[in-house]
Design a protein around this ligand. Structure first.
Ligand SMILES: Nc1ncnc2c1ncn2[C@@H]1O[C@H](COP(=O)(O)OP(=O)(O)OP(=O)(O)O)[C@@H](O)[C@H]1O
Length: 789
C-alpha cells in the first residue's frame, strides 16, 4: 500500500517532535552531567575538609567514622548519578539521528484504544506527560512487530498474554532526523529494507540487526525457557547476529539481576572477538566477556605444557602425509573427543579410588621428606567411601602437618647455621618483627644469643620451605601427568575400563605411543588437553565457575562432545546457547553437532530446545544455490532473494598464470570499490606463500592465528580462520582437485565459499575440485585462463 504525501508529512512531523524533545533532554542532561561531574571533583578535592577527625576517645573515633562514612556515601551517590546521567546522554546521542525504525498500531482486545507503538534501540519517554514516544525493541509489546503481520496478534507479559489486532505495520529509515525511506509491510519484516541492508558493503565489524530481525530469529533472541538452546543454522543464516541480539535482550529483560560480565561468549578465534565487539555497544549495552576455548586451556595448562592449539592440529590434519602415524593420530583425535573416552575417564576415576594413584615424593635438598609410597599408603588409608577429591584434601592437610614436623626437626641441621651466617641486617630486622607479630603479647628481645639463634633458625627454615608448602597447597604432589600416561601404558588397563579389547580404538598401540611420547616432551596435543584437564579435575575436584550465568558457544560444531561435557561441568549454574552448523565442522574430531546429536543430550530433552535456521542472508541467491549443493541436506537451505553474478570457476594451467589472474581480478575489484576482499587459502602455509608471492604487486594483509583485529582491504587468510566472518568478495586461491578432494575437506571448502556476500571467484590450478564439478553446470561459470607464453 502506497503511503500518501499527507502520511509522509505527518510522520516527518512526528520525527521532528521526538527529535526536538530528545534535543531538550540532551541539553538538560549535558548540564546535569557537567554539574555532577564538578561536584564529584569538588568532593574528591575537599574530601577531608568536611570530615571531622577526632581520635581522642572511643566516642570521638566513632564520630570520625560516621563522618567519614557519610562523606564516602555522598561521593558514591554523586558518582552513581553521574554514571546514570552519562549513560542516558550517550543513549540519546545515539538515538537522536535515528530515533526509531518501526511502528505498529495495535488495538488490545476488549478496549477501543488503538495505540501507535514506535520501536527504537531504547525507550524514550515524554517527560511532560510520561508517555512512551519510543519503545525499546526488547520490550514485551515490541515482539508483536517481529512476530506478526497485520491482523490478530498477541504478546506475552509477566501478567499473562495480551491479545488484539495489528492494523498497521510500518518501517522507516531515518537518517539525521529525516525520514529517508518508509513503507508499510505485510507478512514479515519487509524484504525491501532487508534487501537494502544486505546489499550494502561488508564491514570490518558486525552490525546489529534490530530493525530487520526475522520471526525465526526472534524466537532465538527471546527464548528464555530452556536451560540449553541449540541453534542449528545454515551458513549466513544469522546465528551469530541472533546470539548477540539475544545477549542484549537478556541483559534488558533481567536488568535487575544480570550483568554483562556474567555472560561469556566462546568465539572461534581472537579475530572474531574484535569482529563482533561493536554490536552490543551499538545497542547501548556493555560487551559480555569473550574468550576462546584455547585461551581457557592455556590458562589452566599453559604453565606446565607446551600446548598444541587447534590450528596447528588442523594444519597437520590438512597437510601431513597420509602414513600410518597420520591415520593413527586422526583416529586418536576422533576417539579422544568422544563420550566413549569420557566414560573411560569416569571409570578410571572409580578405579583410582581403589588403587593406582600416583604421587610424587616430597623432597628437600635432595632428601625425601615424605616418600611417594608413604603418601600413597596414607591416601588409601582413608575410607574408600570418601570421594577421591575429598581424600585429596585430607591428604593435603596431612602433608602440611608432616611438613610442619619436618620443619621443626630441620632447625637444628648444620645448613641452617650456614644460612644464618649469611643473613644481613635487614633479615635480622625482619626476623625480629616477625617474632613480634607472632608473639604479640610477649615482650620479645634478642638479648639472649640462644633465643636469637632459635628465632633466626625458625625464620630461615620457614622461608626455605615456602615453595614446598605452596606446591602442596596447589596439589602438585599428585602425578596427574603420570596418571594420564598410565592410562595409555598399563597393559590391559584401558581395555578393561573401556569394556574390553574390542572397545579399543583401532591403531591403539600407535595412539598410545604418540600420546606418551608427547607427554615425555612436556607437550600436550590439542586432542589430549581437555581429557587431561578433565582427569585433573576428577582427581583434584572441579574448579567450577559459578559467577557466569550464561554461556554462548558460537561455532558449536567445532567443539567435541567431550569438550561440551567439560564446559557443562565447568559452569554448573549457567544456561547455554550453542550455535552451529553441522556443515561447517572443520576439525578432525567428533562434533558436538554430529551423529546422534550429542549436544542435544547434554542437559536432556526436558531442558533443551532446538531451533533451525534455514534461510541464508549473507550471500546472493546465486552463491547459495551453488554452495548448498556441496553439503548433505543442502537442498533445504533457502537463499534470501538477492541477486548477483554467478560464481566463477577460473582454471589456470600454471602457477604464474594463476597469480596473474588473481592479481588482475583483485585490481578490478578494488577499482570497483569492493571494500573487503578475501583470498582464502587452504592452510596457513599456503597463505604465507601467496602473501610472499603477491605482496609486491598490490597492498595485501596476511591474516594469521595471531591476528587480533578484523580489517578491510584485501586479506590473505587460511580457510579455518575465516570462520564466522564475511567479505564482499571472496577469491578461493586454489580450489583444485589436488587441494580439495578428501571428504574431510568438503566442509572446509564449503565454509570458505560461504564467506562471500556478493561475489565468489574460485581459482583452480588444473582440474577443479570434485566439490565444484559435481554441481549443476549452470550454477557457475567456467573460465579457462590463457597459458602464459
Ligand atoms: N535479520 C537480519 N537482518 C539483517 N541482516 C541480517 C539478518 N540476519 C542475518 N543478517 C546478516 O547476514 C550475515 C550473516 O549473519 P551471521 O554472521 O550472523 O550468520 P551465521 O549464521 O552466524 O553465519 P556463519 O555460520 O556462516 O558464520 C550478516 O551480515 C548479518 O548481518
Amino acid at each position: 500500500m502506497d503511503i500518501t504525501d499527507q502520511q509522509w508529512h505527518e510522520e516527518q512531523r512526528r520525527v521532528d517532535g521526538v527529535v526536538g524533545k530528545m534535543d531538550q533532554q540532551i541539553h538538560q542532561l549535558s548540564l546535569e552531567v557537567g554539574d555532577v561531574k564538578s561536584e564529584v571533583v569538588d568532593i574528591r578535592t575537599h574530601f577531608w575538609d568536611d570530615v571531622k577527625v577526632y581520635m581522642g576517645t572511643a566516642d570521638d573515633m566513632g564520630e570520625t567514622y560516621t563522618s567519614l562514612k557519610q562523606q564516602v556515601e555522598m561521593l558514591s551517590e554523586r558518582e552513581r548519578s553521574h554514571r546514570l546521567a552519562y549513560s542516558s546522554l550517550k543513549k540519546l546521542a545515539r538515538m537522536v539521528k535515528s530515533p526509531y525504525f518501526g511502528r505498529i498500531d495495535f488495538e488490545e482486545e476488549g478496549t477501543q484504544d488503538k495505540a501507535a507503538i514506535y520501536l527504537g534501540i531504547a525507550s524514550f519517554m515524554d517527560e511532560d506527560d510520561q508517555t512512551f514516544l519510543v519503545y525499546d525493541w526488547r520490550a514485551p509489546v515490541s515482539s508483536l512487530y517481529y512476530d506478526y503481520p497485520p491482523g490478530p496478534a498477541a504478546y506475552d507479559t509477566p501478567s499473562g498474554e495480551i491479545k488484539g489486532e495489528i492494523s498497521l505495520k510500518r518501517q522507516y529509515v531515518i537518517r539525521d532526523g529525516r525520514v529517508s525511506l518508509m513503507f508499510d509491510t505485510g507478512v514479515t519484516i519487509g524484504d525491501e529494507l532487508l534487501q537494502q541492508v544486505l546489499s550494502r558493503s561488508s564491514d570490518a565489524q558486525m552490525k546489529s540487526i534490530v530493525a530487520t530481525i526475522q520471526k525465526e530469529q526472534n524466537q532465538i533472541i527471546r527464548n528464555d525457557r530452556s536451560r540449553m538452546l541449540i541453534v542449528q543454522g545454515a551458513a549466513g543464516s544469522g546465528k551469530t547476529s541472533s546470539a548477540l541480539q539475544r545477549v542484549a535482550y537478556l541483559l534488558y529483560k533481567n536488568r535487575e539481576t544480570l550483568q554483562a560480565d556474567q555472560m561469556l561468549l566462546f568465539s572461534p578465534n581472537p579475530m572474531f572477538n574484535s569482529y563482533v565487539s561493536t554490536v552490543l555497544p551499538e545497542l547501548g549495552e556493555e560487551n559480555m566477556q569473550q574468550t576462546t576455548f584455547q585461551q581457557y586451556l592455556e590458562s589452566r595448562l599453559g604453565r606446565e605444557f607446551q600446548l598444541e592449539d587447534p590450528f596447528i592440529q588442523i594444519e597437520y590434519v590438512l597437510s601431513a602425509p597420509e602414513d600410518e602415524a597420520y591415520v593413527a593420530r586422526t583416529t586418536g583425535i576422533r576417539y579422544k573427543s568422544s563420550t566413549s573416552f569420557l566414560a573411560v575417564m569416569d571409570a578410571y576415576k572409580l578405579w583410582l579410588e581403589q588403587q593406582g594413584m600416583i604421587f610424587l615424593s616430597i623432597r628437600f635438598k635432595g632428601r625425601e621428606v615424605v616418600s611417594a609410597r608413604k603418601i600413597r599408603q596414607q591416601f588409601y588409608s582413608y575410607k574408600s567411601s570418601v570421594r577421591l577429591a575429598n581424600r585429596v584434601v585430607l591428604l593435603r592437610d596431612w602433608l602440611i602437618k608432616e611438613v610442619i614436623a619436618f620443619e621443626k626437626a630441620e632447625r637444628s641441621m648444620p645448613w641452617v647455621d650456614d644460612e644464618i651466617e649469611l643473613l644481613d641486617a635487614d633479615d635480622y630486622r625482619r626476623a625480629f618483627k616477625e617474632q613480634q607479630r607472632v608473639h604479640k603479647d610477649e615482650s620479645i628481645t634478642f638479648d639472649d644469643a640462644d633465643v636469637e639463634k632459635e628465632y633466626l633458625a625458625r625464620m630461615v627454615v620457614h622461608e626455605k620451605l615456602k615453595p614446598m608448602r605452596r606446591r602442596i597447597k596447589q596439589l602438585r604432589f599428585i602425578g596427574i601427568r603420570a596418571l594420564y600416561r598410565q592410562l595409555f601404558e598399563k597393559e590391559g588397563l584401558f581395555a578393561s575400563l573401556a569394556g574390553g579389547e574390542q572397545a579399543l580404538p583401532e591403531y591403539w598401540d600407535e595412539i598410545s605411543k604418540q600420546t606418551t611420547g608427547r607427554l615425555e616432551q612436556s607437550e600436550l596435543a590439542y586432542e589430549d588437553a581437555t581429557p587431561f584437564l578433565y582427569l585433573m579435575e576428577l582427581v583434584q575436584g572441579f574448579q567450577t565457575n559459578t559467577s557466569i550465568r550464561h554461556v554462548i558457544i558460537d561455532e558449536a560444531q567445532d567443539y567435541s562432545p567431550f569438550q561440551l561435557h567439560f564446559l557443562k561441568r565447568l559452569f554448573p549454574r549457567c544456561r547455554m546457547t550453542a550455535l552451529g552448523d553441522v556443515n561447517q565442522g572443520i576439525y578432525a574430531h567428533a562434533s558436538a553437532l554430529g551423529e546422534n546429536d550429542p549436544i542435544a543430550k547434554l542437559y536432556g530433552v526436558e531442558e533443551t530446545e532446538l531451533i533451525r535456521l534455514m534461510r541464508s542472508y549473507r550471500s546472493t541467491r546465486e552463491i547459495v544455490e551453488f554452495t548448498r549443493g556441496m553439503v548433505a541436506g543442502g537442498e533445504e537451505i533457502m537463499p534470501f532473494n538477492r541477486s548477483g553474478e554467478k560464481p566463477q570457476v577460473v582454471v589456470a594451467e600454471d602457477r604464474e598464470g594463476l597469480h596473474d589472474g588473481i592479481v588482475a581480478d583483485l585490481q578490478t575489484l578494488i577499482a570497483e570499490n569492493y571494500d573487503s576482499i578475501a583470498v582464502i587459502c587452504k592452510t596457513a602455509n599456503e597463505s604465507a606463500d601467496v602473501y610472499a608471492a603477491l605482496q609486491h604487486r598490490l597492498p595485501l594483509l596476511l591474516v594469521t592465528k595471531q591476528t587480533s583485529s578484523f580489517e578491510k582491504g584485501v586479506q590473505i587468510i587460511p580457510s579455518y580462520l575465516a570462520k564466522g566472518v564475511e567479505f564482499d568478495a571472496v577469491l578461493i586461491y586454489d580450489g583444485s582437485a589436488e587441494r580439495y578432494r578428501r571428504e574431510n575437506e568438503r566442509k572446509l571448502f564449503y565454509t570458505a565459499c560461504t564467506r562471500a556476500m556478493h561475489l565468489l571467484h574460485i581459482y583452480s590450478l588444473g582440474q577443479p575440485s570434485p566439490f565444484i564439478t559435481s554441481q549443476a553446470g549452470d550454477s557457475f561459470d567456467l573460465l579457462q585462463l590463457q597459458v602464459n607464453v
